[in-house]
Design a protein around this ligand. Structure first.
Ligand code: FES
Length: 169
C-alpha cells in the first residue's frame, strides 16, 4: 500500500515539475521577445546595392532610365543631389517617363504628373513616386534595389555592394 502511495506522489511531483518547467520556459521566451521589442538590435540593416557607375557620369537634369534586376528606375541628378525613382506610377502602376520640355515625370495612362522630386502634382496618383536608396562609395553610385527610402546618397555602410555593373563608367 505504501509503495502505491509513493508512486502517485512521485508522478504528481514529476507532472508538476514538467508543468513548472514549461511555464518558466514560456515566460522566459516571452520576456526575451519583449526585451528585443524594447531594445532593438544595433546591427545595421543589410542590403544589396547594385553598381550603376561613376557619379560623374550621371548627367545633370536628365534622368537615366535603368532596369536593375527587374526594377525599372530612373536616376536623376539635380542641384539637390542624386535620386533613384521607381518608374511605377503610384496610381495604377504604369511606367512614367521624363518630359524634357516640362521637366517632369509624366504617366501616359491617366495623365499623372510628378515633379523632379517625385512629388505627385497632377492627375490621379495619390502619392509621390517611390524612391530607392542611393549609396556612394569611392565615387561610384549604387542603388539599393531592396529598400525604398526617403533619404538618399550616403556613404556605404555595411551593406553588400554588388560589383555587377549596369552602367560602367
Ligand atoms: S497609372 Fe499613372 S496616372 Fe493612372
Amino acid at each position: 500500500m505504501a509503495v502505491i502511495h509513493n508512486d502517485i506522489g512521485r508522478r504528481r511531483f514529476l507532472s508538476q515539475a514538467v508543468m513548472a518547467f514549461g511555464a518558466l520556459f514560456g515566460m522566459g521566451a516571452l520576456a526575451l521577445r519583449f526585451m528585443q521589442f524594447l531594445v532593438p538590435s544595433q546591427k545595421p540593416r543589410q542590403y544589396e546595392a547594385v553598381l550603376i557607375g561613376a557619379e560623374a557620369r550621371v548627367p545633370m537634369g536628365e534622368p537615366v532610365p535603368m532596369n536593375l534586376g527587374g526594377h525599372k528606375i530612373m536616376v536623376l541628378k539635380t542641384e539637390e543631389g542624386i535620386t533613384a525613382f521607381s518608374r511605377r506610377c503610384t496610381d495604377l502602376g504604369c511606367l512614367v517617363s521624363w518630359s524634357k520640355e516640362r521637366g517632369q515625370f509624366v504617366c501616359p495612362c491617366h495623365q499623372g504628373v510628378f515633379d523632379k522630386t517625385g512629388r505627385n502634382i497632377a492627375g490621379p496618383p495619390p502619392r509621390p513616386l517611390d524612391r530607392y536608396q542611393v549609396v556612394r562609395r569611392n565615387g561610384q553610385l549604387y542603388v539599393n534595389i531592396q529598400m525604398k527610402e526617403e533619404e538618399n546618397v550616403g556613404e556605404a555602410g555595411s551593406g553588400r555592394l554588388i560589383a555587377k555593373s549596369w552602367w560602367t563608367g
